[in-house]
Design a protein around this ligand. Structure first.
Ligand code: BGC
Length: 797
């Protein structure tokens, strides 16, 4: 029987309530099943750079891979293929049928809070990465879910903002990565919270055309979580309302269908798509496909290679790679407390991490002091400092209390606990965390809690904090992930111990879903005064061969749920770099951010390496790159500005009626920089390795450009050959030039290689009122190694 016949057969067995059960989730991260038709429930999980699973729980850890900007910086679809296989492995291990990723919105303004998760400012690079990810994950029977369709390119007022963009801009830029994902066979696509041209995306006509119409998407359109806004909207293109259990699309929709307000045929169409999806992922009529094998060691190795391949060396006066025995002053707040990943739904909990301090200490003589501490924020209490009073082992006791009755008791191994749709907590009046804390050094310690609601903190039985904590932000994700913190200061002798007890009143449960609450048991260790710490770092730099400063953003400024308000590094980091560079000319700065930041001191330092959010193997990969064991393989997937003021497209704040006009049209990213003729700090496509290159002999045959690439240095290296098109005399507004294709190659020392770059027909087309069109006549092809380093040109008809 054909798949379509089988779907009709199953559909005929379902009555209206049975159908409606399938078009809403069964839980926070679970699609409904139906035993009567042999349909299993289907857990799904956030991605894209790791698979958290259905629960947010350190007892079920996940491999943490580099974030979107980092992997896109590799310009290497084959690497995405390997990553996709590991993602499929992780999904299967966790019983997950769909991974909610990749995130393929564009870097329209560098202020966009979620850019770390997206790939690039360029639609072609984004599309290449997206297709490779989708194909690789789905090759193993796990669904990918490219998101968020469409124009969710910033976070300010993300639930309501109305993006106003013309058709050409949508088709040439923001829709293109989705179009390519559909062509790559995506089985599920997530629609966005925002509106486009006046209509919320879960009900927008763009779901019909082009998505389900001319692109022929036959998979499931899932709503972003809580993005379904009405029952009437069920007549439109969203197929599945998440999360569950059913809300608007439960009883209210049944009533609307029975009243003839929403046609049952619209529901049938959604169910057909969900059944087709279930067959594809092995939840109906069969088993899920076997997952690829990955040992823990292989997963770590891939994470390490991927992180190094995404690191972009934007400048280097020859200080890198470091020679063995070089003494290193390792400074900066992110050296010991790095950001492995971005904040928000992309968060996973790895079982191990390698910090830059750990990574570099393993290969070089390193002395570390941060110089600058990023915030007053408490850090989740490190495991080695706490003992669970119940088990006597490292960790905490978490109990769910109903008065004096203990409903549940768990041994936990993280200072940061996330109750995410917790049904057991819904039965409890309070959540309690207990641990015996051991001060490992003498001095003033801060001990506290991060949460919302009525919270109490007791130390050795004495009540020291009792407060109702309220959230001041606007985005609910922020309320859960970054709740406000409260703390007290206590002076301890080294080795002194104290019993800590935190009690939080359980917030009201969301019906059917359970409790959602973030709870942190946090501390800060005794610290030198800020000026002593700063001076000590500068002094250490003065007396070391080199200084490596790991600077970066903090979770509170770069995350899902909000945009940035400036591009500055937080705290005194800029001051620290300038002071260190003044005493040590061999200063290397590693930038640990997911998106551009201003680097005002960049002309004063010897080297700048962008690490992005590189995943759990950060430290190991960084050591590889700094010592030259591995070449930094990255090229910029997004333009890196000198200052925010220079950035051509900045605004992410809707106007007084909630609209955000994309008035720059097709000119975002490097296209806008070229149009304005402003030089950024580092252009799109730029990145250095440890060897040198020449490019020669460009020839064009049909839609293929061929060039000779010679490695003129004395070690092997990777180069990314980039092809851009331009059209000097054009009847339509065009970018000065635009990326058409690229090819990454590794070439041995002294060797030459012939490199071919395919130029797809679409690169020559532009969107018109009647669809895609190609202007007759010649285009110019520019070939080189960044959008502004293009030594070779030819004409192409
Ligand atoms: C995010 C999605 C995510 C979903 C589930 C939403 O807030 O925008 O990207 O997949 O939550 O966690």
């Amino acid at each position: 029987m054909s798949m379509d016949d089988r779907i009709e057969e199953l559909l005929a067995k379902l009555d209206l309530p049975g159908k409606l059960r399938l078009i809403s989730g069964a839980g926070m991260f679970r699609l409904a099943g139906d035993p009567a038709i042999g349909l299993a429930e289907m857990p799904v999980s956030d991605g894209p750079s790791g698979v958290r699973g259905e629960h947010w729980d350190e007892r079920d850890p996940s491999v943490s891979l580099p974030s979107g900007t980092a992997v896109a910086a590799s310009w290497n679809p084959e690497l995405l293929g390997e990553i996709g296989a590991l993602i499929a492995h992780e999904a299967r291990r966790k019983g997950v049928y769909a991974v909610l990723g990749p995130t393929i919105n564009l870097h329209r303004s560098p202020l966009g809070g979620r850019h770390f998760e997206c790939f690039s400012e360029d639609p072609v690079l984004t599309a290449e990465m997206a297709s490779a990810y989708v194909e690789a994950v789905q090759a193993h029977g796990v669904s990918a879910c490219p998101k968020h369709y469409v124009a969710n390119d910033s976070e300010t007022d993300r639930f309501t903002v109305d993006i106003q963009a013309d058709d050409r801009t949508l088709h040439e830029l923001y829709l293109y990565p989705f179009e390519r994902s559909v062509r790559a066979g995506a089985w599920m696509i997530m629609d966005a919270y925002n509106s486009v041209n006046g209509v919320t995306m879960t009900e927008n006509v763009l779901l019909d055309e082009p998505l389900k119409g001319s692109w022929g998407f036959d998979g499931v359109v899932v709503s972003d979580w809580t993005a379904v806004r009405s029952t009437a909207g069920a007549a439109k293109g969203t197929d599945l309302a998440m999360p569950g259990p059913p809300m608007l699309w439960g009883a209210p929709l049944e009533e609307a269908v029975r009243a003839g307000e929403v046609p049952e045929s619209a529901i049938d169409e959604k169910v057909r798509r969900i059944l087709r999806f279930a067959m594809r992922v092995g939840a109906l009529d069969g088993e899920p496909a076997p997952a690829p094998d990955f040992s823990a060691e292989q997963a770590r190795d891939l994470g390490r290679r991927a992180a190094a391949e995404g690191m972009v060396l934007v400048q280097n006066d020859g200080v890198l790679p470091l020679r063995p025995e070089t003494t290193v002053a390792l400074l900066g707040p992110n050296a010991a407390l790095p950001r492995f990943m971005g904040g928000g739904s992309a968060t996973v909990i790895p079982s191990r991490t390698a910090t830059p301090v750990e990574g570099l200490e393993a290969v070089l003589p390193v002395t570390h002091t941060p110089g600058v501490r990023l915030a007053e924020q408490l850090i989740p209490v490190p495991l080695e400092l706490v003992t669970d009073p119940e088990t006597g082992t490292p960790g905490l006791s978490l109990r769910y209390l109903d008065g004096d009755t203990v409903i549940d008791s768990q041994h936990r191994t993280a200072g940061n606990l996330m109750l995410f749709g917790d049904k057991k907590a819904a039965e409890a009046g309070a959540i309690e965390v207990r641990a015996r804390l051991r001060a490992d050094v003498q001095g003033d310690w801060q001990i506290g809690v991060g949460t919302l609601g009525q919270a109490r903190l007791e130390l050795d039985g004495e009540l020291v904090l009792d407060e109702t904590i309220t959230f001041e932000g606007t985005d609910p994700v922020g309320a859960i992930l970054y709740p406000p913190q409260r703390s007290v200061t206590r002076t301890f002798a080294a080795g002194q111990e104290v019993d800590v007890r935190i009690t939080v009143a359980t917030p009201p449960a969301i019906p059917g879903l359970g409790v959602i609450l973030g709870l942190t048991f946090g501390i800060t260790r005794p610290q030198r005064s800020a000026s002593e710490e700063f001076d000590a770092a500068v002094e250490l730099a003065r007396t070391s061969d080199v200084a490596v400063i790991v600077v970066g953003t903090a979770e509170q400024i770069e995350s899902e749920g909000f945009d940035r308000t400036d591009l500055r590094l937080p705290g005194r980091q800029d001051e620290l770099v300038a002071a260190v560079a003044a005493v040590n000319p061999r200063t290397i700065v590693v930038v640990n951010s997911g998106a551009p930041v201003e680097l005002p001191w960049r002309d004063e330092v010897a080297a700048v390496l962008l690490s992005w959010f590189p995943g759990q193997e950060f430290g190991a990969a960084l050591a590889d790159v700094l010592t030259g064991a591995t070449e930094p393989g990255g090229r910029l997937p997004t333009t890196w500005p000198k200052t925010l003021g220079d950035v051509p497209v900045r605004n992410t704040t809707p106007d007084s009626v909630g609209a955000l006009p994309y008035s720059e049209g097709i000119h975002i990213g490097y296209r806008a920089w070229l149009k304005d003729a402003v030089a950024p700090a580092y252009p799109f496509g730029h990145g250095l390795g440890y060897t040198s290159w020449t490019l020669s002999d460009l020839t064009v045959s049909g839609r293929t450009a061929t060039v000779t690439l010679t490695n003129t240095g004395d070690r092997a290296g990777k180069q990314v050959v980039q092809a851009y098109l331009s059209r000097e005399q054009s009847a339509v507004d065009r970018p000065v030039r635009w990326l058409a294709g690229f090819a990454g190659v590794t070439v041995g020392p002294g060797e030459s290689r012939t490199v071919s770059v395919e130029l797809p027909q679409r690169a020559f087309e532009h969107w018109t009122d009647t669809g895609w069109a190609t202007e007759p006549g010649e285009f110019t092809i520019h070939l080189g190694t960044s959008v502004t380093a293009l030594p070779l040109t030819a004409t192409i008809g």
